[in-house]
Design a protein around this ligand. Structure first.
Ligand code: GTP
Ligand code: MG
Length: 219
């Protein structure tokens, strides 16, 4: 993802990343973490509050943006999420910001209306990356969701959250294998710094180590 930011930056454009997944997997928290991560790397992210659906969602993502210290683009609750995403991309282009993080409402893969709405956000905001956010603790369910989201919207990569509570992290292997897309990051807790770039060697060590302790973040 960092390489892609650099490639877009060389063209004077922001990298636009849209986050999708079912309810409560950690999309909004992950956006807060990534805004923090890339701000610390010297980039200027902007967040699009495109979950205009769930009560409190705009306030929640605004809280993260304020804590981290990045701009948020938001409209009223119930407004068109695609329009919010579009405005955030325009804002980034106008201000020379390097990264747009689009939060979206959680949706079940079986809800056709909401899946169609998600496709519209993609059509309108034209993201460079669509990231599926899955909860590592849900194992096979997360894999099944990833397949359905990938069929609906063509996912480019995966972020697995709650890996701090998943002793082995095997879900990442299944998802990566089944949809043949890279795992980008692992969520390792609820704090802004609790995110880790995916490292295959580290994951292999976790899988084949004898100890059943929870994974620890090692820098
Ligand atoms: N332990 C742990 N908790 C996490 C992690 N990521 C998110 N959470 C928690 O999971 C809960 C849901 O996170 P949200 O970011 O609101 O999830 P969401 O996908 O945006 O939810 P909806 O917008 O309702 O679909 C919160 O309590 C987060 O603190 C993680 O990596 N580890
Ligand atoms: Mg959310």
């Amino acid at each position: 993802m960092t390489e892609m930011i650099e490639e877009k930056k060389a063209k004077g454009e922001p990298l636009v990343v849209m986050f999708v997944g079912i309810n409560g997997t950690g999309k909004t928290t992950t956006i807060g973490k990534l805004a923090n991560y890339y701000l610390k790397k010297g980039y200027e992210p902007v967040i699009a509050a495109s979950d205009t659906f769930r009560a409190g969602a705009i306030e929640q993502v605004t809280h993260h943006a304020d804590n981290v210290g990045v701009k948020i683009i938001k409209h009223q609750k119930g407004s068109d999420p695609a329009a919010v995403a579009y405005d955030a991309v325009e804002h980034a282009k106008a201000k020379g910001k390097e990264l747009v993080l689009i939060d979206t409402a959680g949706r079940m893969q079986t809800n056709t209306n909401l899946m169609d709405e998600m496709k519209k956000i993609k059509r309108v905001s034209k993201p460079d990356l669509v990231v599926f956010v899955g909860d590592a603790l849900t194992g096979n369910d997360a894999t099944e969701q990833a397949v359905k989201f990938n069929e609906a919207i063509d996912v480019d990569g995966v972020i697995l959250t709650k890996a701090d509570a998943d002793s082995k992290g095997g879900a990442s292997l299944s998802i990566g294998y089944v949809i043949q897309k890279p795992i980008l990051f692992l969520g390792m807790g609820q704090g802004y710094d609790d995110i880790k770039e995916y490292d295959a060697d580290w994951m292999l060590n976790q899988l084949f180590s004898d100890d059943e302790e929870e994974m620890e973040v090692k820098e």
